[in-house]
Design a protein around this ligand. Structure first.
Ligand code: ZN
Ligand code: ZN
Length: 334
């Protein structure tokens, strides 16, 4: 079959690879109908991870089941399914606690597995004609048959649950104010999720006019960081206090609003400045332990200069980590 294969930084090609086969009784083979390109794919593409050649990209996958292993009980050939980007077993300590992004079974020696991603196990990605889904009864979310809402449903693999996860990490509650840094797809879904959770006011920070217009369209207040320090702008609009909660939907390839070049900790530090004392920060934006293209020796090892002193002074709390998609995708679908 054809698949999108990573060779080296800035070199990705469509190549012939082996068709996936059933390897375990609870596997299924899915014929991919939609597979999204993620900002996380770009981290690998741009040489900003420890990715090695041969990875088949694609962790946001939707399709139709073509073959089921003999142990599959809840799915059949022809079912239309979307898969979390995480590969998870469903029975380990972390999966049972709903922390399926940190499964202890699927990627031995590591907490967490995913399709087509560096360090996330041997699972080939779905930017391909077919995909093997392990522990399929657990990992497949059945969708209505047909082709309707294809581009909406594919957001259930990562983007919508990840935006929601940012709000969950920050414990966004009814009546609160929230700042979301980044108005890409995850940031917009985080802002939307904050509103779904009853936030009274949501600010979204970006510099791309079309993204900011979209944020405004879903009911958020757009903040253009090229017009001045975003934390200052938001504190001015909240009586000097800052918002109750904050979400980082940017990650380590963030650009400074003053310098105009990459500053990996700029969003983390902006959140510390933007969120009020005792507020909470949700960090689904990606940070990696190994970044060959990092701007300095520390950044190359995933060590960033974070304003921990200011954070301590303000008594803030921070939640981090990849999304436990299984905890949210069913309710995001309805
Ligand atoms: Zn993704
Ligand atoms: Zn597990």
């Amino acid at each position: 079959m054809k698949a999108v294969v990573y060779e080296k930084p800035y070199d990705v090609k469509v190549a012939d690879v082996e068709d996936p086969v059933i390897q375990h009784p609870n596997d299924v083979i899915v014929r991919i109908t939609s597979s999204a390109i993620c900002g996380s794919d770009l981290h690998m593409y741009e040489g900003r991870t420890a990715a090695e050649s041969g990875i088949v990209f694609g962790h946001e996958n939707l399709g139709v089941i073509e073959e089921t292993g003999p142990g599959v009980v809840s799915l059949k050939v022809g079912d239309r399914v979307v898969m979390p980007f995480n590969v998870a077993c469903g029975f380990c300590k972390n999966c049972l606690a709903g922390k399926t992004g940190f499964c202890l079974t699927v990627n031995p020696g590591f907490a967490g597995g995913a399709y087509g991603y560096v360090a996330m196990g041997p699972y080939k990605g779905g930017q391909a004609e077919h995909l093997r889904v392990p522990f399929a009864d657990f990992n497949c979310l059945k969708l209505p048959p047909g082709e309707q809402f294809e581009t909406d449903f594919v957001l259930l693999a990562d983007i919508f649950p990840t935006g929601y996860h940012g709000c969950e990490l920050a414990e966004v509650s009814p009546g609160e104010s929230v700042t979301v840094y980044g108005a890409g797809p995850v940031g917009l879904m985080a802002a939307y999720s904050a509103l779904l959770r009853g936030a009274a006011k949501v600010f979204v920070v970006d510099r791309v006019p079309e993204r900011l217009a979209k944020a405004e369209q879903i009911g958020a207040v757009p903040i253009d960081f090229t017009a001045g320090d975003p934390a200052e702008q938001i504190r001015d609009m909240t009586g000097g206090e800052g918002t109750d909660k904050g979400v980082d939907a940017v990650g380590y390839q963030a650009q400074g609003h003053e310098s105009g070049h990459e500053e990996p900790a700029v969003v983390l530090n902006a959140l510390v400045e933007t969120v009020r004392p005792t507020g909470k920060l949700g960090i689904p934006g990606l940070y990696v332990p190994s970044d060959p293209g990092g701007p300095d020796e520390h950044a190359k090892r995933g060590q960033l200069l974070v304003s921990i002193g200011k954070m301590f002074e303000k008594g803030q709390r921070m939640g981090t980590g990849q999304t436990n998609v299984k905890s949210y995708n069913r309710s995001c679908a309805t």
